[in-house]
Design a protein around this ligand. Structure first.
Ligand code: AMP
Length: 371
């Protein structure tokens, strides 16, 4: 299959040596990818899809590994989507590390134990036939491939077709702080689904509003590749030492900023404790989270590091929303008043560490739990 891959990388991409080192076929055009996908359809092979903006870390790789386990073939896309960045955001400086990304991808593998004779080799552990799954393809389109008529970051200048998930985007959580962001995300993911035609798609809980909104979009648009049941949400990967949610934007943090960054997670944990163990109201629990951030902000660590460098942390929001309809919980609601049949609550927040905006969330309850 690798013979059909396009070897010409877009201007912004890394050198060809990165491509040859990783050995994973890279498709930079819709047409060349579609040819590969057509063969996978003909061979009845399942395709798992992990959409990313690159600068890969263990969080992305968790999604890749899950896809390798659950699918015959795994495709990862790398595309920094201009439509989801507003004009004042970090589109130009967003980390781009293609060479490293391809190396990391090449290291991912899953050993499949099979009962069917005639497959590859024999496992020394089980004595059964085995084969190894590795990422099968990378989709690395240019901006003009994804937006043939061009794309402005200024929404008022945009023309053509865009996808909006009304009631789930601009009034709540991330959407409230970043107007137009989810319109950009829903539009590019629709395009990517149309191209990749995945059997299964994998998204991180780290961006819970995005994942649930896309599931709603897939249901509303009657998409089949993937179907809503096949859009999977994978738990947030964290730093094992201090639980900071892994993120490509963590690369922006100074050493002192990195030290205070887990404050957001600690604040959410305080609210979770307040909700489940103290049985207090939403308002009291959100206040408990804010208090954690204010305490750190007012200590020396929050404003100055050891060398006298300033670290400024600023809360953007802490909120609690119903995971079904994204409605903000009323201030006086408690775990008990919601009742046992209530749906899961998204406890989420965003915090600035100097110029870097960090997000995180915890699910209070189980996403499978329906009203
Ligand atoms: P991004 O490259 O930031 O657009 O992320 C691509 C995918 O990786 C999205 O589905 C994210 O939710 C997911 N992701 C990013 N960070 C993490 C993390 N720490 N744990 C799990 N998934 C993540």
């Amino acid at each position: 299959m690798s013979g059909t891959a396009t070897t010409k990388l877009p201007q912004s991409a890394a050198s060809l040596s990165a491509y040859s080192e990783s050995d994973i076929p890279i498709y930079t055009t819709v047409a060349s990818y579609r040819e590969w996908r057509r063969k996978a359809f003909m061979e009845n092979r399942s395709v798992g899809f992990v959409p990313t903006m690159g600068a890969l870390h263990e969080g992305h790789l968790d999604l890749v590994r899950k896809s390798l386990v659950e699918n015959d073939l795994t495709v990862l896309s790398i595309f920094v989507n201009p439509a989801q960045f507003s004009p004042h955001e970090d589109l130009e400086t967003y980390p781009r590390t293609l060479e490293h990304d391809l190396k990391l991808l090449a290291q991912q593998q899953h050993l499949v134990v099979s009962n069917t004779p005639n497959t590859h080799s024999t496992s020394t552990i089980t004595g059964q036939p085995t084969h190894i799954r590795r990422p099968s393809a990378v989709f690395l389109p240019s901006v003009s491939e994804m937006y043939p008529h061009g794309i402005s970051q200024d929404a008022s200048l945009q023309r053509g077709t865009f996808v909006e998930v009304k009631g789930y985007a601009d009034e709540q959580m991330e959407g409230k702080s970043r107007p137009g962001f989810f319109r950009g995300v829903a539009t590019v993911v629709t395009k990517l689904f149309n191209v990749i035609q995945p059997t299964n798609a994998y998204f991180g809980q780290k961006d819970i509003q995005q994942a649930l909104l896309l599931r709603r979009m897939v249901t509303d648009l009657l998409l089949s590749h993937p179907s809503a049941q096949n859009l999977h949400i994978v738990p947030t990967a964290r730093d094992p030492l201090d639980n900071l949610a892994l993120s490509s934007r963590n690369a922006y943090l100074s050493p002192s900023g990195r030290k205070v960054a887990p404050t957001l997670y600690n604040a959410l944990k305080a609210a979770e404790h307040c909700w489940f163990l103290e049985g207090k109201s939403k308002k009291e629990c959100v206040d408990a989270a804010r208090e954690v951030i204010h305490r750190v902000r007012n200590t020396e660590m929050g404003t100055l590091d050891g060398g006298g460098m300033e670290v400024e942390i600023k809360l953007d929001y802490i909120e609690m929303n119903d995971a079904e309809d994204f409605e903000v919980l009323e201030d006086e609601v408690t775990l008990q008043s919601r009742g046992e049949d209530a749906s899961t609550v998204i406890l989420s927040g965003a915090m600035w560490v100097n110029g870097t905006r960090l997000i995180d969330n915890l699910l209070l309850g189980d996403l499978g739990h329906r009203k």
